[in-house]
Design a protein around this ligand. Structure first.
Ligand SMILES: [Zn+2]
Length: 358
């Protein structure tokens, strides 16, 4: 079904609260066409059977009700599915920007019903967005469990990729392979994109990469001015460092550059949860990476600062800059205008026309 079709096909959709009062789950069961495993998870959600740490603490299964991913003190469903780093960045892609605040403020069960029937009109114009929404919820929960129970599934798909794969799996049976691929490609194009900074703010995107063959690492980044245009780019080959270290170096160099040119309102976007957590949860003596303390002391200067997670698919220009780093030296190179090989990606980011998927 197309994302708008349900808004006119059910008598109850004009009033989500009415549907809830009647039986929210009944509404979902009638109309939802996602995979059975997603359906099972939605049933558990709607019947409050999901054991977040708040629930586990209530049943005396743990005395720690905090989030295992970001250490927020209250890990309830609302946190896991809406506000935790990865969830938040996914909804930033999936939801219309002018509806995001309202979307995030709904009570959790109403939030689920409203989005599965799209009556709120929150979601981008994506075909079968309800199927994708359900798949995203399931994968957010599965990824949370991997972190909580330290299970390494060996699956390195992003939550977004895994959810889009489930959406396609579901659609192939109904639409055929060709049409399912077209739907999924359109969804990917709509969702995965970079956003300009809000008025009055600059933005720093950065990334670190390690070459699989040589182990040689590099970082790169781009600073965008308050209108979202290229202000300065940078990159540097580092030598033998881990992915995490190279990403931290990218953040540090980016902050140094931002600081040196006098920007005082900055949003920094990081595509690595581990790096983000190390910085946001920094406590002296808890990490052996001294770079983290340098980054934190810069962040704590007098300026307006936000640090957010971004899906790596929306961070492609920074990734390109890191891969573009010169192999001839270990010097940080700055670019006052985009190098020729970056222009296409920059245009795609600015006009939201990026990324082949499917
Ligand atoms: Zn969290």
């Amino acid at each position: 079904m197309h994302c708008n079709s349900k808004a006119t096909s059910s008598g109850s959709v004009g009033s989500p609260t009415l549907a809830l009062a009647a039986d929210g789950w009944f509404q979902i069961r009638l109309t939802y066409e996602g995979l059975p495993k997603v359906m099972t998870f939605l049933w558990l959600l709607c019947h409050s059977r999901i054991l977040t740490n708040v629930e586990r603490a209530r049943w005396h299964m743990t005395n720690n009700s905090s989030c295992p991913v970001c250490a927020f003190p209250v890990e309830d469903l609302h946190h896991v599915l809406c506000f935790c780093h990865v969830a938040h960045s996914i909804w930033g892609c999936f939801i219309r920007q002018d509806h995001l605040d309202e979307f995030m403020s709904l009570e959790i069960k109403e939030w689920i019903y409203v989005n599965l029937s799209n009556v709120g009109g929150f979601v981008l114009d994506i075909a079968d967005c309800d199927v994708l929404f359900g798949s995203l919820l399931l994968n957010l929960w599965l990824r949370r469990n991997e972190v909580t129970f330290q299970v390494c599934s060996g699956n390195h798909e992003s939550i977004l990729d895994a959810s889009i794969r489930l959406q396609k799996e579901c659609l192939v049976g109904r639409l055929g392979d060709l049409n399912a691929t077209a739907v999924v490609r359109q969804a990917t194009r709509s969702m995965i994109r970079w956003h300009r900074p809000p008025k009055g703010w600059c933005k720093l995107n950065n990334d670190g990469v390690v070459a699989a063959s040589s182990g040689d690492s590099a970082y790169g980044g781009v600073i965008y001015n308050a209108t979202g245009d290229w202000l300065i780019g940078f990159n540097r080959r580092l030598g033998i460092f881990s992915v995490l270290e190279s990403k931290l170096w990218g953040i540090y160099e980016g902050l140094m550059t931002v600081w040196s040119i006098g920007i005082d309102h900055l949003i920094i976007e990081v595509d690595n949860i581990e790096a983000l957590n190390l910085i946001q949860q920094y406590k002296k003596g808890e990490t052996t990476l001294s770079l983290v303390s340098h980054i934190v002391s810069m962040i704590n200067q007098q300026w307006s600062f936000e640090m957010n997670h971004i899906m790596c698919e929306g961070n492609k220009l920074a990734d390109c800059m890191a891969k573009f780093a010169s192999r001839d030296d270990l010097i940080c190179h700055c670019f006052l205008s985009p190098p020729g090989s970056m222009i296409l990606q920059l245009e795609e980011d600015l006009h939201n026309i990026s990324v082949e998927g499917g």
